[in-house]
Design a protein around this ligand. Structure first.
Ligand code: ADP
Ligand code: MG
Length: 387
C-alpha cells in the first residue's frame, strides 16, 4: 500500500507531502490543486509506461507545468507586508515526484537539459535527472536499492553498488528501461505495480460518448479509461460471480431497475429495465448521470482489482441521490484496492468520511497547502533523495 505521495514544483504544488490510506478522499475548492494531484499520480504511472516526457509535453512542457511563483515565499510576502516578487532562483528548475509504500518506494526528478553550447531545437525537452528506488517508507541511504544520476544507473548487490549502465537516455526511466528479473528484480516489481495503477477521469457521457455505443463483446475484467467497453465490462462482472453486487448497486441507485446486456451477432449493448417502462431503455437513451454511474460501477466492481485506483471528480453530472450508492461502491472497492477519490462533492466526502483519510486542499498565495499541516511535524516523513 502507498503511504505517502510527495510533489515538488508541479503547477501549484510547490511542496506537498500527503498521507494516503486504503481510501483517501481529496477535497478542496476550485483551483486548489486537486486535479494537479491527480495528474502528479498519473505522471508517476506514466514513468513506468515510458510516457512521462510525452505526457508533460501535452500539458505544455516543463515550462508551463513548473511552479510559476517565486522560488521562495518569504514570511513578509506571506503576511502581505511586501508584494510577491521574483527572487533569483538559487537552484535548478526542477519537478520532483515520489511516493512511499510499505514495500518499494520511488522518487524522480525532472529538469531541463544543461546548456552545453551545442545547437539543438530540443533545449526545452524535459530530462529525467535522478531516480531512486528504496525499500520501506524513508529514503535513507542504507535503504536505497537502485539509484540513477543522469545516464548512470547503479543497483545495490551483496558486493556493494554495481553499475547497470552508464548510457541511459535522458528521456527514459530506469523503471521501464532496466527492469530485469535477474539484474534488477525490484525495478521489475516496481514497473509491474505502477503499470497496474488505474485512472478514471472525465468519463464522457455526451450523446457521442464511447460508453453509449455497442461493442464486439470480449471478456473485459478492466474497463477502458473512456468506458468504450462498458457493455463487455458489465457482462464480465455478471459472469464472473459479481452479479449480486452489480444488481444491488443498480437497484440502490435506481430502485426497481435492473441492468441487462443485449447480445446480437456478437455485439454487446447495455439495457436498463426500469419500473413503468414497456421496454428496456438502451444506452443512447439513458441520462448522462445514469451512464456515468454505470461506468463507475463497472470500474469499481472490477474482477481484477489494481493495487491503486484513482478517480478524478467522479461526481460530475450525478444527482446527489446517487452519491450514497456511489460511496457504498467505493467503500467496498477499497477493501481490495487502494482507492484515491478526488472530489468537490461535500456529500460524497461525508458519506465516505468514517472509513477515509481526508485530505483537504487550500490555497495560500497561489500555493497548494494541506489543511491542518501547520508545520513539518504535521506531515508524513519524507526526504527527497539528493540530486
Ligand atoms: N505553473 C503553475 N504554477 C503555479 N500555479 C499553477 C500553474 N499552473 C496552474 N496553476 C494553478 O494551479 C491551479 C490548478 O488547479 P487544479 O489542480 O486544476 O484545481 P482543482 O482541480 O482543484 O480545481 C489553478 O489555480 C492554476 O491557476
Ligand atoms: Mg479539477
Amino acid at each position: 500500500m502507498l503511504t505517502t505521495l510527495a510533489v515538488q514544483g508541479y503547477r501549484s504544488l510547490l511542496d506537498v507531502v500527503l498521507p494516503l490510506g486504503p481510501l483517501t478522499v481529496v477535497t478542496g475548492a476550485n483551483g486548489t490543486g486537486k486535479s494537479s494531484l491527480y495528474r502528479a499520480l498519473r505522471l508517476l504511472a506514466d514513468a513506468a509506461r515510458g510516457t512521462a516526457i510525452g505526457a508533460l509535453a501535452t500539458e505544455g512542457g516543463l515550462g508551463s507545468t513548473m511552479w510559476a511563483g517565486p522560488a521562495h515565499l518569504s514570511a513578509t510576502m506571506r503576511s502581505g507586508a511586501v508584494p510577491v516578487q521574483g527572487t533569483r532562483r538559487s537552484g535548478p528548475v526542477r519537478l520532483q515526484l515520489g511516493f512511499a509504500s510499505d514495500e518499494l518506494s520511488y522518487a524522480m526528478d525532472l529538469g531541463l537539459p544543461r546548456p552545453d553550447g551545442t545547437q539543438t531545437r530540443f533545449a526545452l525537452d524535459p530530462e529525467i535527472k535522478t531516480e531512486t528506488v528504496w525499500a520501506g517508507p524513508v529514503a535513507r541511504p542504507a535503504a536505497q536499492l537502485v539509484r540513477r544520476k543522469g545516464p548512470l544507473v547503479s543497483t545495490r548487490t551483496e558486493a556493494g553498488w554495481q553499475e547497470m549502465t552508464a548510457a541511459l537516455a535522458a528521456s527514459d526511466s530506469c523503471v521501464t528501461a532496466l527492469a530485469d528479473p535477474h539484474q534488477a528484480p525490484e525495478l521489475l516489481r516496481l514497473r509491474e505495480s505502477l503499470r497496474g495503477w488505474r485512472f478514471y477521469d472525465h468519463l464522457r457521457t455526451d450523446a457521442a460518448a464511447p460508453a453509449r455505443a455497442g461493442v464486439v463483446g470480449t471478456r473485459t475484467p478492466v474497463m477502458a479509461a473512456d468506458g468504450s467497453d462498458l457493455p463487455s465490462a458489465l457482462a464480465t462482472i455478471e459472469e464472473i460471480g459479481r452479479a449480486d453486487l452489480l444488481h444491488s448497486a443498480v437497484d440502490e441507485a435506481f430502485p426497481g431497475s435492473r441492468i441487462g446486456i443485449d447480445v446480437s451477432a456478437g455485439r454487446f449493448s447495455v439495457l436498463l429495465h426500469q419500473p413503468g417502462m414497456l421496454r428496456p431503455l438502451r444506452a443512447p437513451e439513458l441520462s448522462d448521470g445514469t451512464v456515468r454511474y454505470l461506468m463507475l460501477a463497472a470500474a469499481l466492481l472490477t474482477p481484477r482489482p489494481p493495487q491503486l485506483m484513482v478517480l478524478n471528480e467522479p461526481e460530475t453530472s450525478l444527482h446527489p441521490s446517487l452519491l450514497g450508492p456511489l460511496a457504498t461502491l467505493m467503500r467496498r472497492a477499497a477493501e481490495e484496492t487502494q482507492l484515491v477519490v478526488v472530489t468537490h462533492a461535500a456529500a460524497l466526502q461525508e458519506a465516505l468520511a468514517p472509513d477515509a483519510e481526508h485530505v483537504h486542499l487550500v490555497k495560500d498565495l497561489g500555493e497548494t497547502r494541506i489543511d491542518g499541516q501547520e508545520g513539518p511535524l504535521d506531515r508524513p516523513a519524507w526526504v527527497w533523495p539528493s540530486r
